[in-house]
Every structure is written in structure tokens, then in C-alpha cells.
Unconditional design. Structure first.
Lengths: 195, 180
């Protein structure tokens, strides 16, 4: 006689591959990522339901998934395109150089870094400020070096314009998105004064 | 991983642990929901809903409660409730929608999978609700009778009897099938 339970337990059964990404994206415990155009060429943009969490140059990554998930401390999943409610504001931000209404998800950064980024986001296209200016503005005038470190680790370059923060005396200083040459290109494109 | 370990990890770092929890529990849970509702596409939606609800509930939960949580039985309790209320809400769904073999992501459910699910749905329909619940929790969820009692809120002796009677019914259903 046949075992009445044979086959009931679906022994090797796997949940559909779409279940995990759907659940994690819906709970903001993972991010999606897609490509977008930027003044520096194609970029990967990562985002959760809370906002954009990371921007990085496509050309710099052979394995962007590993890179993003280690930087964000969450799994990431490739998507066809950014979600509709972000897409428009994102495109506007990338072309205008202003953050505007684009929401950011900065959970992977420290409270200090968030203050530095918020202040930096206020610098308009065509302007530059020094690291010392940012430090003063956030009420920690002696933290110039820490401001430099915080901006070097800016997870959302271009959107938070860390390229508009330069060294005292007008020298450019470092830039995380492909090096100092890109910083110069961006500032020239925006018509900012620097030597 | 045992339930106390999950509880401890969830209490310590919810957002890092939750993806691991989903990954570790989704296959069995999905199998169980397939048997509860007898429809694989519907099971996809219910499982997503179960995990999202579980997460929202975990966010609200004090650390001490997370720490004490029997995580896997708790997830299946949510699943069981969702299967029941979903059944009520979806009871007017036309049959052809349930038979739709396409994956949510554009692929296709193999035909024999759909067939197999329907065969088991029919067999399990011969059981009473408590019997079906006990049989699926025992043989698909792989829970102990103590855990099944915890999940269903019924005495251990009762759920054990339900499971045995359920299996006896399945045997009779199978004999009828084979005699056909």
C-alpha cells in the first residue's frame, strides 16, 4: 500500500526566488539598485523605500552587488529601474545639481556624517566652500579633518555635492567619485570659481 | 537554527537578522502555505504578506519579548491566520485565476506542479479543519506536538489525535483514488 503521506511534505520545495527580494524591499531591510545617467557618466544608484542610499560610478565596479551590500550592511537586489516615486526627483537632482525633494536613506552613516552631509547639501551649484566652513557651520570648528573624512565617505556623491567642498586657498582636495579630475570637471561644468 | 538563537539575534540586531530569518524559513513556510491553501501562486502572495507583517510586528516588540519569542512557531501562527482570513476574502475568486500557471516574474509554473497541488488540495479537503492543520504542521512544518499545540492554542493530546485521524482519512482518500 502506498504511504498516504508520500509527497505531502514537498521535501525539496523552494520558495519562489522573488519572495526574498520582495519581502526585504518591502521592509527596507534590503536595497534595490539600478543605473542612471549623471554628468560623470553612468552611475549605479541604490535605494530603499526611505530614499537613495548610494551612488557610485558604473565603470569602477566589476561586482557592484558585493560592493554595495558591504557598504550598506544590507543585501541588495538589481532592479530594472528606480521606483517611480524616486525616478523623477533623482533625474532632476542629477541634472540640476540640487538635492531638491529627493529623499535620502542615510542609515549606514553616523550622526556626525549626517550633519556634515546636510550642511554640504545646502551649497548651491556654482559655489564652493572649504572643509573649515562646513566644520564651523555644524558648530564643530576644530573638526575640519573629520569633515574631510566624512565627505570622503559620502555615500551619495553628486546628490550631496561634496565636490563643492574644497581645500582652503582654493585647492581642490580629494574626490571619491573617480578622483580629483572628476571634481575639476564637475566644478568647471557648474562654473564654480577655483584655481 | 533553534528558536532561542533566532530570538536572541532578532533582539540584538533586527535589521541584519531579519533577511537571514526569511532566507532560512521561507522554503518550509511556503511549502506549508501551499498545502494550507492548495494554490502555489496564492501561496506566494500570502508568504510575502506573512513576512512583512512579522517584520512590522518585530519592530514594535520590546527586546525582552523578541528574546523569548519562539520564532518559527510564531511565523507559522501568522501564516495560519493569514491563510484563513485570505480564504474568506478571496472566496469569490473565479477558478481560472487560481489555475493561472504563470510566475509572478513572468516564468511559468510547470504543469505537473499545478496538477500535484490540485491533487493534494482535493485530498486534504476531505479532512476537518483541525485535522488538516495538525497534519500540515506536523508533516510539512515538521513541528513537535507541543509546538503544534502552541501554534493552534489547542491541547497537545487533541492535536495529536487530530493529526492521527487526519492521516487515517488521507489513507482512505488514497485508497479511493487507487480503486478508481
Amino acid at each position: 500500500m502506498t504511504d498516504p503521506l508520500a509527497g505531502l511534505d514537498l521535501d525539496q520545495h523552494r520558495a519562489p526566488p522573488t519572495l526574498l527580494p520582495r519581502v526585504l524591499l518591502a521592509t527596507n531591510t534590503a536595497d534595490g539598485y539600478a543605473t542612471a545617467d549623471s554628468p560623470l557618466g553612468p552611475v549605479y544608484v541604490a535605494f530603499s523605500g526611505l530614499g537613495v542610499s548610494y551612488v557610485t560610478l558604473v565603470e569602477e565596479h566589476a561586482d557592484v552587488e558585493t560592493y554595495l551590500s558591504s557598504r550598506l550592511g544590507r543585501p541588495v537586489f538589481p532592479l530594472q529601474r528606480p521606483p517611480v516615486r524616486l525616478a523623477r526627483a533623482l533625474e532632476e537632482s542629477l541634472t540640476s545639481g540640487r538635492l531638491g525633494r529627493l529623499p535620502l536613506d542615510l542609515r549606514a552613516t553616523t550622526a556626525f556624517q549626517q550633519r556634515v552631509l546636510a550642511k554640504t547639501a545646502e551649497i548651491a551649484p556654482g559655489q564652493v566652500r572649504s572643509y573649515g566652513w562646513v566644520a564651523e557651520q555644524i558648530g564643530q570648528p576644530r573638526a575640519t579633518r573629520a569633515v574631510g573624512t566624512a565627505l570622503a565617505r559620502n555615500p551619495v556623491p553628486l546628490l550631496v555635492p561634496c565636490h563643492r567642498v574644497v581645500r582652503a586657498g582654493g585647492r581642490l582636495g580629494a574626490y571619491s567619485l573617480g578622483g580629483a579630475e572628476n571634481k575639476r570637471r564637475l566644478l568647471e561644468h557648474e562654473g564654480a570659481p577655483f584655481d | 537554527m533553534s528558536d532561542p538563537a533566532w530570538g536572541r539575534l532578532l533582539a540584538r540586531d533586527l535589521d541584519t537578522t531579519f533577511p537571514q530569518l526569511v532566507e532560512a524559513t521561507q522554503d518550509r513556510l511556503h511549502a506549508g502555505v501551499v498545502r494550507f491553501v492548495g494554490d502555489r501562486t496564492l501561496a506566494d502572495d500570502i508568504c510575502q504578506d506573512v513576512f512583512v507583517r512579522a517584520y512590522r510586528s518585530l519592530v514594535q516588540m520590546p527586546d525582552a519579548q523578541r528574546l523569548a519569542l519562539r520564532v518559527r512557531p510564531w511565523l507559522w501562527t501568522i501564516a495560519l491566520n493569514r491563510c484563513r482570513s485570505w480564504g474568506r476574502r478571496e472566496s469569490t475568486r473565479p477558478l481560472e485565476v487560481e489555475l493561472d500557471p504563470s510566475w509572478a516574474d513572468g516564468g511559468h509554473r510547470p504543469h505537473d506542479e499545478v496538477e500535484e497541488t490540485l491533487v493534494w488540495r482535493e485530498r486534504l479537503a476531505a479532512l476537518s479543519d483541525p485535522q488538516r492543520t495538525a497534519v500540515v504542521l506536523r508533516h510539512v512544518g515538521r513541528f513537535s506536538y507541543a509546538e503544534i499545540a502552541h501554534i493552534t492554542g489547542r491541547p497537545e493530546g487533541t492535536v495529536k489525535a487530530d493529526a492521527h485521524r487526519g492521516v487515517a482519512r488521507l489513507r482512505r482518500a488514497l485508497e479511493t483514488e487507487e480503486a478508481r
